[in-house]
Ligand binder design. Sequence first.
Ligand SMILES: C[S@@+](CC[C@H](N)C(=O)[O-])C[C@H]1O[C@@H](n2cnc3c(N)ncnc32)[C@H](O)[C@@H]1O
Length: 200
Amino acid sequence: MPEQAFKFALVRRADVRAGQRVLDFGCGTGTLTLMIEASEPGAEIVGVDVDEKALDIARAKLGANRSKIHLYQASPGPLPFPDCSFDRVLSCLVFHHLRRNEKLAALSECHRVLRPDGEIHIADWGQSASFLLRAGFLLTQLLDGFESTTDNARGLLPEFIRQAGFDAVVETEHFATAFGSLRLLRGTKVTSVASCARAG
Ligand SMILES: C[S@@+](CC[C@H](N)C(=O)[O-])C[C@H]1O[C@@H](n2cnc3c(N)ncnc32)[C@H](O)[C@@H]1O
């Protein structure tokens, strides 16, 4: 699987600038999180995950890299961050682990914590671009479960991103892999600055 390639592409698409706050949602062992930091050391990077063991590995990697990334362990559900507190949310290979209601709730939380004009950038499995890729994705579904992956296979993730309140939802890149069609998606939070100020 060209994991490095699509992670690099995701980071490049996010176009993180110095001074911005960036959340890696479902950061796992911190591979993508460190790549974001390397792309823009002047940004403030935060990783969040539900898995304490993965975060322990991430902490060791961060220490070895003298990283300034902040890591948080969170329960599934509300994110432990204020409204309108990030410029970018990135997420790689997380949403296909979530059932439909969990996908929608997590996307709403990502929308809530973004500032106006903030962007979400997701890399995850989407509708397969060919019969061969669909066959490959069956393997992913056998490994990760059909309940959480079926909506990905149906290509519903962009619609879920819209339903969570994002505008201008587009696919920015597609990677054909042995495990299916890996799609990069972007959505923008088009909310007034005033509504964020009201939210405190
Ligand atoms: C396949 S791993 C991907 C890790 C990392 N994003 C990467 O690409 O290397 C999926 C991660 O999503 C995390 N995860 C699953 N549900 C989550 C949730 N509701 N909130 C935050 N993280 C979650 C898992 O604990 C796991 O670390």
